[in-house]
Write a protein that binds this ligand. Sequence first.
Ligand code: PRX
Length: 658
Amino acid sequence: MTDESHDAIESLFTESRLFPPPKDFGRGSAMSETLYRELLVEARTDYEGFWARLARAEIDWITPFTRTLDESDAPQYRWFDDGTLNVSANCLDRHIAQRGDKPAIIFEGEPGDVRVLTYRQLLAEVGRFANALRAQGVKSGDRVVIYMPMVPEAVIAMQACARIGAIHSVVFGGFSSESLRDRIVDAQASIIVTADGGHRGGRIVGLKAICDKVVDECPSVRAVIVLKRAGNPIDWRPGRDLWWHDVVAGASTECAPVALASEHPLYLLYTSGSTGRPKGIQHTSAGYLLGTIITMRWVFDIREDDVYWCTADVGWVTGHSYVAYGPLACGATMVMYEGAPTIPDPGRFWQICERHRVSVFYTAPTAIRALKKHGDDYPRAYDLSRLRVLGSVGEPINPEAWMWYHQVIGQERCPIVDTWWQTETGVHMIAPIPGITATKPGSCTLPLPGIDADVVDSEGLPVTAPDKGGFLVIKRPWPSMLRTIWGDPERYRETYWSRFQGRYYVSGDGARRDADGYFWVMGRVDDVLKVSGHRLGTMEIESVLVAHPLVAEAAVVGRPDELTGEAICAFVVTRDPRPTGAARAARIAELRAWVGERIGPIAKPAEIRFADNLPKTRSGKIMRRLLRAVARGETVTEDVSTLENPDIIRQLGDPETE
Ligand code: PRX
C-alpha cells in the first residue's frame, strides 16, 4: 500500500448506533438464525461441499456436474465445470408450470406508460428474439452489444443471448459514441441491439444516432437491430439496420435453450480500472447464476408475493445480477423503470413504489441523497407501507443518508441491506441478512456465508486491531467471481492477484473492521473514482483531456461531494498561456463538453482548474496526494521543498486565480 492510499483509509470516523433486526421480520422468511449459523459453519468446514450442495439445489442442470472447483490453472478458477445448463431456462422455462401467469416484469416508462409481462409472455418474447438473432447468423460464443434504454427489451435481448450461448456486452446508454466504439471493437461484436431513443430526464436520448456515429469504425458489426421506443426520427442504413419489430415478426416463440458448459461465458461488462483503458470483465454461466440466486434469497429475502424493484440500469453490473438474472431466476415480480427519479417531480420513485406495491427496494446512496435533499413531503405523500426491505449499493452510504432512508422511507420498519460488491465479484459479498444481522449506519456488516473476506496489511497479514485500515481482500475463489478480462488474461492476473502472490483476490478497496468484526468500506485505494456510484478511472479522463489539442498536461483526482459521493476535479495545463477571465470560463465549458462527448456526461469534471504546471517531484511524478488535498480545499501542510515548482501550490489552491 502506498502512503497515499494508506492515509486515505486511516479514517477515524466512528459510528456507534446499532439497529437490531425488527422482531417480527423473520416470519415467512426462508432464512432463520439457525439456518444462517449452519450455513456459516458448513462453508467453513466443507467449502467445496457447501457450494456443490447449493449449486445442486438452486440450479436446474441439463448435465449434472461432478467436479466442484478446479484450481489447477489458478487464478483461472473453474466451477462445476463438467456440468451443463442454460441460464435463460433457469430464469424462465422452469417457472412456467408454477407461475406462468405471474408478472415477471412490471415496466413503467418515464412518460408514464405501463406494461406488464408475465413469465409466459417474457419467455415467448425471449424465444422470438433468440430466433431472430440466430437468423442474423449469431452463434454460440459470438458477442452482441446491447445499447438500450431501461425497457423490457434490454432484458429480453440479454436473456435471448443467454438462451443461444451468445455473449452479451451491455453498454450503459449514458456512454458516448467513442466509449461505445471502443467496447464494440474490443469485444469484436457482430450485432448491436439498440433503440431509436429512450426517455431520460424529460428528454429523448437518441441512442441510434450515437451508434451511427461509430458503426462504420467497427468492421465486426454486421447488423444493427433497432427497437422503436421513443419514436424520434433516425437515419437508416438499408442492409445494415433492422427494426426489432421486423426481425421478430416472423420468428417462432419457441427456441430450445442450448446446453452450455458451466464455464461458458455469459457476458462481458466493461468497467474502469486504474489504467486509461476499460476492461471487459468476463462472467460465466453456472457460478454466476448461483450467486445471483442465493443473494436474492439471503440478502433480499425474496418471497413469492414480493414486488421487487432495483433502480439500477442494465448498463451496470447491478442491472445484470439484480435485474436481468437474479430476480427472474427466483421467479420474482420486478419493477423496471425507464427514467430519472425527478421526472415529473422528486416523488417519482415513491409514486412507483405505491402504484406497483413495491416491497423490496434497492437503490444507490447517490439517489437517496438526491431525493433526501427535496425533503420529506414527497415520500410522505405516498403509501410506502408495503416496503419491507431496503437495499443500498455502489458506494459507502453516509450515516445521514442511511438514517433518512431508515426513518422516512423505511418508516423504521424495514431493515437496510448495505451490500458491498463489485462488477468483478458478480454478486453481493458483504451484506447483512435482513431480520438477522443487526445493522450500523454506514457499514456493510459481515461477509455472506462462503465468502472469505478480510482486511489485510501490506504484507498480506490480517489486520486484527479494530478500526485499523487495510486492503479488502477475498481469500478463496467463489462461484460468481469474474473469470478473466476479455482478451487479456495477463491483466486479469496482474490487477487482481499479483499484490499478494496469487493468494488473495484484491478488490482495490480499503476497509476497516470494528470491534464486532463489521466491515466499513473506506473507498478505493487505486485511481478509480465513484461518482454518483458510477465507476470512472482517473487515467481515462486524463487521457481524454490530454487528447484535446489545447491541453498539454492534465491530472484528475476525486474530492468528496455531498451529493455525488465523489466529484471529479481536473487540473489542466494548457499549451497556450493559462486562460483567465472569460476565456477561462469558455475553456472550462469546452473541456467539459469534450470529456462528455468522448466518455459520457457522467465523466464531465465538476471542476477544472488551470495552472502553469502541475506539482511534480524532481523525478517527474505528479504529486496526486497533494492535488487531492488542494481539491478538497485543505491547507497543504506537507513539505513541498522536493517539488520542482513550489509556487504552483498557491496557484492551484485558488480556482479563480487570474
Ligand atoms: O468501492 C466499492 C464501491 O463500488 C466499487 C465497485 O464498483 P462497481 O464495479 O461499479 O460495482 C458497483 C455495484 C456493485 C467497490 O470497489 N462499492 C460498491 N458497493 C459498496 C461500495 N462501497 C461501499 N459500500 C458499498 N455497499
